[in-house]
Design a protein around this ligand. Structure first.
Ligand SMILES: [Zn+2]
Length: 489
């Protein structure tokens, strides 16, 4: 045989799954792109709040990466829409200027008013009643009001409040009417947690009050200065603004088409959206899961995988506000649910994929892949936890699938002695969701686990056994903008 003929013969020889697995492991260990993708994603776009321009740009960029990896059918699929968009820039800061200079770690809720430039103001304790309000009136104009309770608002359609509550509502709206800069809250710990709601807000009409939450130690320092009777000057720049809606929201979808049963599908996924508190970039929640899905695609294609069933990569949108992307997907693709063998979700931070939990009957079909991954990373053991009842919600996108009987696996994020353990509670939704806390080796292992276990399931003789379906149906009304989307179809 000539060399050319030999090369041709080799390239036509069907690859065994084990050959592909071996190639993927070598590629991952010598040339992993998972950390680089995550570095790029977080530095180019920052955090990716649902409805933000950052998210839109990040989705397009991720699509390009899936195309470069060689995926087909790369596209965005709308899951619904958000009535108003919200963008944060990168120049937010908060600090005490006087009597002592102190930088704060802080956040403010998403979908709330920004400052349009830095706003300095005196720190003034929130008046407790009308009398206190009267004597503090002058000082309150332009002040940052230091709070130890949430303000009371009248709610249209609610029952008439008690006299006591009504007095608080009146007091709080009188404070608003004085033109304060905003309200300052202290966190219960050193973590500042970002959340927020777009509900009942539009670009034209939304509450105009501002609020910030600072770390406990920052609040303690602020209160200590105030207790000394000194004049305390605070300054916040809330670089955040609404943008015109409604904004259509998407899941990012890419595929490696199945060679024998292309209509049967294994889904490998994470969520592309994140919270967007100042300083955080959604690195672990869930840039890691987005980039391990991307890297799994790259490994499979680089190794020449030709899975029997289609492997579909999905980056969910709207996860943080209520699993919207995956719920919408399940509703829109209701008829295809019987053809989805398994859904893998990597959304527990940046530890390694230490296994899966699922029905005992599903275990044997995951075991082969798990054994191959552990053989490649002997310091990183994997386990299978039996979970007979899928109704126990974990709080990420696999829940949407388990509800209709499709086996959905939340990867069991695990730390190791050798590479350490990421404390997820310290990270997710807080100021610490940055690249600093991502553990590179775990990005490598997680991508391999996705690719190997995903490929073994895609090449198995049968689909995974199903869970019994739940009684209830997923409700389109629970996903913003989905009902309108279904009408248009
Ligand atoms: Zn998440």
């Amino acid at each position: 045989m000539t060399l050319v003929a030999l090369a041709l013969a080799l390239s036509f020889a069907p690859q065994s799954t084990d050959d592909v697995v071996a190639k993927m492991i070598t590629e991952a260990k010598t040339n992993s792109q998972a950390m680089k993708s995550l570095q790029d994603l977080t530095s180019k776009f920052g955090p990716r709040l649902t409805s933000s321009s950052n998210l839109e740009k990040a989705e397009k960029w991720m699509m390009d990466q899936f195309k470069r990896a060689g995926c087909t059918n790369v596209h965005l699929e709308a899951w619904g829409s958000i009535p108003v968009g919200f963008d944060r820039g990168r120049s937010s800061f908060g600090r005490m200027n006087k009597p002592v200079a102190r930088q704060f770690e802080f956040t403010s809720p998403s979908w709330t008013e920004g400052t349009k430039g830095a706003m300095k103001g005196l720190a003034v304790v929130c008046p407790k009643d009308k009398t206190e309000l009267e004597s503090a009136k002058e000082k309150l104009k332009g002040a940052w009001v230091v709070m130890d309770r949430q303000p009371r608002r009248s709610r249209p359609g609610a029952e008439a409040p008690s006299a006591e509550v009504q007095a608080q509502i009146d007091l709080d709206s009188a404070i608003d009417a004085l033109g304060i800069a905003g309200r300052v809250y202290g966190s219960r710990s050193e973590l500042v947690i970002t959340s927020g709601s777009f509900r009942d807000k539009t670009f034209e009409k939304h509450p105009m009050d501002r609020s910030v939450t600072i770390r406990k130690s920052d609040m303690d320092a602020l209160k200590a200065s105030m207790a000394e009777g000194k004049s305390v000057e605070l300054e916040f720049n809330l670089d955040q603004k609404f943008r015109k809606g409604p904004v259509v929201q998407h899941n990012v979808i890419a595929e490696i088409k199945g060679t024998e049963k292309p209509d049967e599908v294994v889904i490998i996924s994470g969520h592309i959206d994140s919270w967007d508190g100042p300083g955080a970039v959604g690195a672990s929640d869930n840039g890691t899961g987005s980039c391990t899905a991307l890297e799994a695609a790259r490994l499979l294609l680089k190794a020449g995988a030709k899975p029997k069933r289609t492997i579909r990569f999905i980056l969910w949108g709207g996860e943080e506000q209520g699993l919207y992307g995956s719920r919408s997907y399940v509703i829109q693709h209701e008829k295809e649910m019987d053809k989805i063998s398994a859904v893998f979700v990597d959304d527990g931070g940046s530890n390694y994929i230490g296994g899966y939990n699922g029905h005992p009957d599903m275990k044997p079909m995951l075991q082969k892949g798990m054994d191959q991954v552990v053989a490649a990373f002997p310091d990183l053991p994997m386990r299978y936890t039996e979970r007979a009842n899928p109704r126990t919600q974990i709080g990420s996108d696999q829940d949407s699938f388990n509800a209709v009987g499709v086996p959905g696996f939340f990867t069991l994020e695990t730390g190791s002695e050798k590479y350490g353990t990421q404390d997820y509670n310290f990270i997710h939704h807080t100021q610490h969701d940055t690249m600093k806390y991502v553990i590179p080796m775990y990005m490598v292992q997680s991508s391999v686990a996705h690719a190997v276990v995903g490929l073994q399931v895609a090449n198995a003789d049968t689909m995974l056994p199903r869970y019994p379906k739940f009684e209830y149906k997923l409700n389109p009304d629970g996903v913003p903008g989905l009902a309108e989307l279904l009408l248009k179809k």
